[in-house]
Design a protein around this ligand. Structure first.
Ligand code: GLC
Length: 646
């Protein structure tokens, strides 16, 4: 049993109004439950012989942080313990958005809550809201503060009022915790730049190139085009500072326990604003070690688990999402392994599935998808995925080379094909994407573009080809239909629900033009939204078809993530089939055609799985019953079927 299970057991009987004594007892109980793990993790990172006082500081900090947790949220913490893993529910459907691009500010967002409800969205990921440097700031991922709301979005009161409104509507909120780095204007960085050695020790700073050169031997570059290398010279400080991402994002030095304790305080303050899920940004990079690539290190896992175990003492209702865009086997480790299983992050991005879906669209084949899903070990029962087709970042081609070879393809050539297919280097390709961080030395690159543009809508509209427009719309629905049914929290990227095309305005903004991820960060088009119910358009078709799928998802508890996913092989290289088993003989079989032509699967095979009668079958998506005219079940180009049994 993971620690959350223990907290639930121990808290039984603590519901109702909490007295001061009751609260104190709960804190002592939670601390006692996690203390040995916290102690073990802490001293494994910060040896006891040197850091015993720092551990005492941590314990005192936990008690202070607990006292500061608002009582409404403390009650919610208790309620959450008794809800069976709420984050695995089929009722959750998420949307990710930039508040300024979506609704101008937080007050505006509150007014848009009925829009989410109309679509069926009840989980919001708002992109960074806190203060950031003027000019380049990586969309707010360079933080000047963890708690001060940037005036462009409104005030802290606006955020608190929004979180209250969300809770009243039973909607959930996810916010980022940029845990790996601060901006170069963060107070610690500024003090370090002024020569304060205490704060220089909060970052990795060096007087000369000796250590940076040693690190560079084994550390890859994240933004090779716009921010080559992993270190930046700071003139004021007269020292090199580690900057793995952009030159203005300074990596925090977690080998210093003070950094951990202070960041824990920042984390809890963020949670106390009424956040349900904390997105641990770029967490694979948290620990740096000479001679390694400084990603996914065991110490990083211990550090994340330490954050998790401490947060659970103070705010057990808040859960963590791992933003680890790494190889599939490495992603799974963020759920915790061994004793830490279920004690690291409850949720992780299913980045592998996302990248594989784009591979299937380009190749029109599902082989690599099958091979990859089949070779990934099962995740722990109490954890779940965020499933998505697009987010604000690029699409990386992080496939397993071995499996690409198994398909009979050359890994390098295959990646090259995908870049060409999506980034307008193939005349016949329907996609209109852009290349991101192309490295001419290695030929590596990543892909950016909105879902609709990558799936062919932009080009089809330009060419005024009706059948191609329809194919693009069907592909948008297919991709979303998969993430809505495969198990986990589906996260729609704002704008995709109305088939928004690429936004090229970033090219005219000096602070954005070096980062083509902005092509996929458009303003929400409220004029289009106003017309969604008035006549037919690509936007209205996508919106209404997705709305229907969302309502279907919520009506089928089989689609909750109870680790009830099985893959089936239909013996058709263009088709993906998976099943979500329910209780009492219920289930849903999802069939997806990635090809531009009609495809068929053997109807008796579907019938043996229990989803098709001798002569007929019923599809939940099209809400129609069909009669089979042969022994083959047909799938139209890019069609997705959800067949129900029981
Ligand atoms: C995460 C964010 C990305 C950002 C990076 C650095 O990967 O998703 O947008 O650039 O972290 O903070």
């Amino acid at each position: 049993m993971n620690q959350a299970g223990l907290h639930k057991l121990l808290a039984t009987g603590s519901t109702g109004k909490l007295t001061i004594e009751g609260k104190n007892r709960l804190f002592q109980q939670r601390l006692a439950t996690n203390l040995s793990i916290i102690q073990h993790l802490f001293f494994s990172l910060y040896p006891e012989k040197d850091h015993a006082p720092a551990f005492q500081t941590l314990l005192a900090t936990l008690s202070r942080l607990y006292e500061k947790r608002p009582s409404g949220l403390q009650r919610m913490d208790l309620e959450r313990l008794f809800e069976k893993n709420w984050y695995q529910s089929e009722q959750l459907v998420g949307m990710q958005l930039y508040v300024d691009n979506f609704s101008k500010d937080l007050k505006g967002l509150k007014e848009k809550l009925p829009y989410f409800e109309k679509l069926g969205v009840n989980f919001l990921h708002l992109m960074p809201l806190t203060t950031r440097p003027e000019g380049e700031n990586d969309g707010g991922y360079a933080v000047n503060s963890y708690t001060d709301i940037d005036p462009r979005f409104g005030s802290k009161e606006d955020l608190l009022s929004l979180t209250k409104a969300l809770r009243e509507r039973q909607m959930y909120l996810m916010l980022d915790f940029v845990v790996n780095h601060t901006s170069d204007q963060y107070p610690w960085a500024q003090k370090a730049a002024l020569g304060d050695t205490k704060y220089q020790g909060y970052y990795y700073t060096y007087p000369d190139r000796e250590m940076p050169d040693a690190f560079e031997m084994s550390m890859p570059e994240i933004f090779p085009q716009s921010s080559p290398g992993n270190f930046t010279w700071n003139e004021a400080m007269g020292r090199w500072v580690m900057t793995v991402f952009n030159h203005y994002q300074w990596d925090l030095n977690y080998s210093n326990p003070q950094v951990f304790v202070e960041m824990l305080i920042n984390l809890v303050e963020k949670a106390n604003m009424g956040v349900d899920v904390i997105r641990f940004d770029a967490l694979a990079f948290l620990w740096k070690k000479l001679g390694t690539n400084s990603q996914n290190l065991p110490e990083a896992h211990r550090l994340i688990a330490l954050f998790r175990m401490c947060l659970q003492v103070v705010a057990p209702g808040v859960i963590l999402l791992a933003e680890a865009i790494v190889a599939p086997k490495d992603i799974l480790r963020y759920f915790g392994e061994g004793l830490l299983e279920g004690n690291e992050c409850e949720v992780a991005y299913n980045a592998s599935l996302m990248a594989l879906l784009w591979n299937s669209i380009a190749t029109k084949k599902t082989g690599l998808l099958y091979k990859s899903l089949a070779s990934t070990p099962a995740k722990p029962g109490d954890c779940t995925w965020i499933n998505y087709i697009r987010c604000h970042d690029d699409i990386g081609l992080g496939y397993d080379d071995e499996l690409i070879r198994d398909m009979g393809w050359d890994p390098q050539q295959h990646r090259r094909f995908l870049l060409d297919y999506y980034c307008q280097r193939l005349e016949w390709s329907p996609a209109t994407g852009e290349i991101f961080m192309y490295n001419p030395r290695t030929g590596d690159g990543r892909i950016t573009g909105s879902a609709a543009s990558l799936l062919g809508l932009e080009k089809a509209l330009r060419q005024a080809r009706r059948e191609k427009v329809q194919a693009a719309l069907d592909k948008i629905v297919l991709m979303h239909g998969i993430v809505l049914s495969i198990g986990g929290i589906p996260l729609i990227y704002a704008g995709d629900e109305i088939a928004t095309l690429n936004d090229y305005s970033y090219r005219d903004d000096p602070d954005k033009k070096g980062d083509s991820r902005w092509v996929n960060r458009p303003r929400q088009d409220w004029k289009t939204v106003a017309n969604l119910d008035k006549g037919h358009s690509p936007a209205s078709e996508v919106f209404h078809r997705l709305r229907h799928l969302i309502a279907l998802r919520k009506a089928h508890p089989e689609l909750a993530d109870r680790n009830n996913l099985s893959l089936h092989n239909p013996n058709n290289p263009h088709v993906l089939v998976f099943e979500r088993m329910g209780t009492e003989g219920k289930g849903i079989l999802v069939l997806c055609n990635f090809d531009e032509n009609e495809q068929v699967v053997d109807a008796s095979w579907v019938s043996r799985l229990g989803y098709c009668g001798k002569k007929e079958y019923t599809d939940l998506v099209s809400q129609q019953g069909y009669t089979l005219s042969s022994g083959l079940l047909p799938l139209k180009p890019y069609q997705i079927l959800w067949l129900a049994k029981g």
